[in-house]
Design a protein around this ligand. Structure first.
Ligand SMILES: NC(=O)c1ccc[n+]([C@@H]2O[C@H](COP(=O)([O-])OP(=O)(O)OC[C@H]3O[C@@H](n4cnc5c(N)ncnc54)[C@H](OP(=O)(O)O)[C@@H]3O)[C@@H](O)[C@H]2O)c1
Length: 378
């Protein structure tokens, strides 16, 4: 395993971290699944992946409780990150209470990296900074990071928060390379870690056939899997750490072994050049938002604004962020033919709610006339 410093700190973290989503929830608790995830994280830690990334939102706090069991007796060997939800916790006292909740669920006296899960343009920065400053000075939080922040929001936090922001967690993989536009160059210049989430494209790195062929040839050359090569490519970039989610033991092992080889800079350049998927612009009326499990998905802008299903971040908050940053993360779609033979799209079911939020944020911000930027898979 390779290790990098977290931002400009002396804390060493494995370049492949372990994500803690998809753990179920208190209402849908599955004991066998929970035990298997705990066992998987423990094996991952033993194989050198010392960085683990739950959040108070994942499973409503269940992910932190399960991580607590995985790190029992080996707390000092593990760099524990977690995140707070800035939509539900929008005052200083609420953020302090959220941190206490995470500390309790993780059964630890400190969080190594405490992250703001996403920007909340509806709240002022001062109470957020006040709470984080207090947590650091009380020794309950070692370092502070952000997630899903634009460069402008990150700069603003840097200016207001003297201890400094050490990381920005953003989606980054072979098919979503948008961080390379601004986030990565800025973070590299400022020695801020870029924590790449969904580094395996949620298990579906659908590239065009030429790029796929290139990657397969290189994977064969290094005797590694396609996904191991995708991780190796990502973490070869300065400041980048990949946070994978793997429940399958073989995947955990492969991810832990994805950095145990040296990759030729010429091969990295080939991947850089050819794996550059195209963002397409899809008319809103060609996208079906039917939920794979029959859940309501909002039928109108008014319903999306009301957000009765309590999507977090809310479509309204995401719409504000969209307008503020003037750029959008592409929505992830799957193309299909309907019974009439029309070529249509549906939301990628892996992170269905994430795509649904992007859909409604776009419609709230720009209406139904403007096509939405998308990454479309077959
Ligand atoms: N900050 C944020 O807003 C945010 C948003 C999303 C995610 N995250 C973080 O990022 C982590 C990972 O994200 P993710 O789950 O979206 O994406 P991911 O790690 O790119 O993909 C996970 C999927 O890839 C599969 N997989 C894992 N290792 C593999 C391998 N070696 N070969 C083939 N398939 C493999 C997994 O299957 P199995 O599970 O069956 O092994 C799972 O289906 C999360 O757990 C979370 O900590 C953060």
């Amino acid at each position: 395993m390779l290790y990098k410093n977290l931002g400009s700190t002396n804390l060493k973290i494995s370049v492949i971290g372990q994500g803690a989503t998809h753990v179920g929830s208190y209402a849908w608790y599955d004991d066998d699944k929970a035990k298997e995830r705990i066992r998987g994280w423990r094996i991952g830690i033993e194989m050198g992946m010392n960085f683990i990334d739950p959040a108070d939102l994942y499973g409503g706090g269940l992910s932190e409780e399960l991580v607590c069991q995985a790190i029992k007796g080996i707390r000092e060997k593990v760099v524990v990150a977690t995140k707070f939800n800035p939509q539900g916790n929008d005052t200083s006292s609420a953020i302090l209470a959220a941190a206490e909740g995470s500390l309790r669920r993780l059964d630890t006296d400190h969080i190594d990296l405490y992250q703001i899960h996403f920007p909340n343009p509806l709240i002022p920065i001062e109470p957020v900074v006040a709470a984080l400053t207090q947590l650091v000075s009380d020794g309950k939080v070692r370092y502070v990071g952000v997630s899903n922040f634009s460069i402008d929001d990150l700069r603003e936090m840097q200016n207001f928060f003297p201890p400094g922001i050490v990381s920005n967690q953003v989606e980054y993989n072979l098919i979503d390379r948008s961080p390379e536009n601004e986030t990565l160059p800025y973070c590299q210049q400022k020695s801020i870690s870029v924590l790449a989430y969904s580094p395996l494209g949620q298990g579906k790195l659908s590239l065009d056939s030429y790029a796929l062929q290139c990657l397969k040839v290189l994977a064969e050359k290094y005797q590694k899997s396609f996904f191991q090569l995708a991780l190796r490519w990502l973490v070869s970039k300065s400041q980048v750490i990949a946070i994978t989610k793997a429940a399958n033991m073989q995947h955990i092992k492969e991810n832990a072994e994805s950095t145990d080889f040296v990759i030729d800079p010429d091969d990295l350049a080939i991947i850089d050049k050819f794996a550059m998927p195209e963002v397409v612009y899809i008319p809103i009326d060609r996208i079906s938002i039917n939920s794979p499990d029959g859940r309501p998905t909002y039928a109108s802008i008014e319903e999306a604004l009301k957000n009765a299903a309590d999507l977090i971040p809310s479509p309204e908050l995401l719409a504000q962020d969209l307008v503020k940053r003037k750029s959008a993360k592409p929505i992830q779609l799957i193309s299909y033919n309907d019974p009439q033979g029309r070529y249509l799209y549906k939301l990628d079911p892996y992170d269905f709610l994430g795509q649904l939020r992007k859909y409604w944020a776009w419609v709230i911000a720009y209406g139904r006339e403007k096509p939405i930027p998308a990454l479309a898979k077959e």
